[in-house]
Write a protein that binds this ligand. Structure first.
Ligand code: 5RP
Length: 227
């Protein structure tokens, strides 16, 4: 099976998490594009969607799915999105497509975050995939120096602006041993809008596609034990 076929398999598995008559949160990227295409036949069974990127919103609209602004929505029972890396604790690096800030907002608002990935995204430790950081343009060099002090090799994403008009620094060479701590530390640097570590609000469910089928991993909530 190709990687793209695995992405579609993961997307297909996410359909059973769609809540009837509710608004669904939709992330961005090629795996999510499959999800949007597979969601289209169910469009009359949902109230609409909130999208993390302009590209996802356009794709949803092309399928005739109603796109709402997050400010029009009181609750988001489910948010479906991909990841660039994910651990078995369901912490992630996201933002390969540059939509990390909107994705983090939707993840935070959603009751349940369903992450859809092909098996290549599962890693023991985050950091091999360059960590994206969305930065206010005037702080670009300062944030890059701060990240270099933390052992990273930041590279400005060439010719790229986020949907918010900001730049992205892709930080190579990090080994992220304590993802929630690093997520908070980087977000505290003035000029950082957000960074692509999703650990303080990890996924609740990971649907990991492999040639033998889709494996479901669930986040262990604090105070619970694995059955
Ligand atoms: C975009 C993201 C995507 O979820 C991530 O880059 C994965 O993309 P793909 O599904 O194309 O592999 O975080 O900002």
């Amino acid at each position: 099976m190709t990687q793209d076929e695995l992405k579609r398999l993961a997307a297909q598995a996410a359909l059973r998490y769609v809540v009837e008559d509710a608004v669904i949160g939709v992330g961005s990227g090629s795996t999510v594009n499959h999800f949007i295409d597979l969601l289209a036949p169910l469009k009359n069974r949902i109230a609409g969607a909130v999208a993390a990127s302009v590209a996802s919103a356009e794709r949803l609209r092309r399928h005739g799915i109603r796109v709402l602004d997050l400010n029009q929505v009181d609750e988001l029972p489910v948010y479906v999105d991909g990841a660039d890396e994910v651990t078995e604790h369901l912490a992630m690096i996201k933002g390969g497509g540059g939509a990390l800030t909107h994705e983090k907002i939707l993840a935070e608002v959603a009751k349940q975050f369903v992450c859809i990935c092909d098996e290549s995204k599962l890693v023991p430790v985050l950091g091999k995939y360059p960590l994206p950081i969305e930065v206010i343009p005037m702080a670009r060099s300062y944030v890059a120096r701060e990240m270099a002090k933390r052992g990273a090799h930041p590279v400005l994403r060439d010719g790229f602006k986020t949907d918010n008009g900001h730049v992205v620094l892709d930080c190579h060479g990090l080994t992220i041993l304590d993802p929630p701590k690093m997520e908070s530390e980087i977000n505290d640097i003035p000029g950082v809008v957000t960074n692509g570590i999703f650990a303080r609000r990890p996924a609740d469910v990971l649907l990991l596609a492999m040639p033998s089928g889709v494996r479901t991993l669930r986040r262990q909530r604090p105070g619970t034990t694995r059955a």
